[in-house]
Design a protein around this ligand. Structure first.
Ligand code: A3P
Length: 303
């Protein structure tokens, strides 16, 4: 199915949708935006749990009170630093400012690297990212879409995609993981143990929430609550930009709690083996075991 894709822009070797970015907005993020020590960054490659972390951070910041989450769109509460509206939302906001970004370190605000600002990097199984992005590209006017999933995987693996290669993004940010102001989380552990993950985030941020506040964060950041909250489910975005009749932003998992491992319903054994070979080649020096890692030999035995 042919789809009319809106324009994109290039900056520092990455491609971004022109709908909400400009060369000036990314240059502002990289060169002019002054990071403060009290800032908190939500960093992700797209489709890795960005919106989820926006909600979790909002709720932790408000000690579990969901009022703000229900009144203000997520993109205003925890705005993207690279988007056109960043200065308007962030310049006069008191700390701790909650800030989102898909930028790789190469074009990230320079003042971040000498600051005490905290950053949470959420990483998701790249095969699930690829599937999630496939459906997102189908429904969003600003993304390139290939109906043939095999072709889409090739595009994803080649990094010919908005915000560039998953491998480059992840590897570049993982280089900062030993810093005291950097927390690495996986989407998969958020799915497995949301409460435990919220407690880890609270500890990292130095936020001491009582048990009922933590319960409220968990309840209001659940898949079901977020899917029904128009301030976070993107239903405020016009249909010609995001058509949720084509695919909802919150796709329904088998458990209705979000999807971990949906790649199994999409990748053929051959596509899986090819992806794994690339994954192992690209990630062999990273030195971290992720929840989705499988021995290469087992993948090939399944062929
Ligand atoms: P799927 O497309 O697999 O459903 P991002 O916010 O980075 O664009 O990521 C979107 C993905 O995160 C979507 O994945 C969405 O369903 C999932 N997601 C968002 N909030 C979630 C939650 N509370 N629980 C589980 N998954 C969530």
């Amino acid at each position: 199915m042919a789809k009319q894709v809106t324009h994109s822009i290039e900056y520092g070797g990455i491609t971004l949708p022109a709908l909400v970015h400009s060369e000036a907005s990314v240059r502002y993020a990289q060169q002019s935006f002054q990071v403060r020590d009290g800032d908190v960054f939500n960093l992700t490659y797209p489709k890795s749990g960005t919106t989820w972390m926006q909600e979790i951070l909002t709720l932790i910041h408000s000690n579990g009170d969901p009022t703000l989450s229900r009144l203000v769109p997520s993109w205003e509460r925890v705005p993207w630093i690279e988007q056109n509206t960043a200065a308007e939302y962030l310049e006069n906001r008191p700390c701790p400012r909650l800030i989102t970004s898909h930028l790789p370190p190469t074009v990230f605000p320079e003042s971040f690297f000498s600051s005490q600002a905290k950053a949470i990097y959420t990483i998701r199984n790249p095969k699930d990212v690829c599937v999630s992005l496939y459906y997102y590209a189908k429904m969003a006017s600003f993304l390139d879409y290939k109906e043939d999933f095999g072709e889409f995987i090739e595009m994803f693996c080649a990094g010919k995609i908005l915000f560039g290669s998953w491998f480059d993004h992840v590897k570049a940010w993982l280089a900062y993981r030993d810093r005291a102001n950097f927390l690495l989380l996986t989407y998969d552990e958020l799915i497995k143990d949301l409460r435990g993950s919220v407690l880890r985030i609270c500890q990292f941020l130095g936020k001491d929430l009582d048990a009922s506040a933590v319960d409220s964060v968990v309840e209001n950041a659940s898949f079901e609550t977020m899917k029904g909250n128009k301030m976070v489910n993107y239903s405020l975005v016009p249909e010609d930009i995001m058509n949720q009749n084509v695919s909802p932003f919150f796709r329904k998992g088998r458990t209705n709690r979000g999807i971990s491992g949906d790649w199994r319903n999409h990748f053929t054994p051959e596509q899986n083996a090819t992806f794994h070979d690339l994954y192992h080649q690209k990630m062999k020096d990273v030195g971290i075991k992720f929840p989705w890692d499988e021995p290469q030999s087992e993948i090939h035995q399944k062929l």
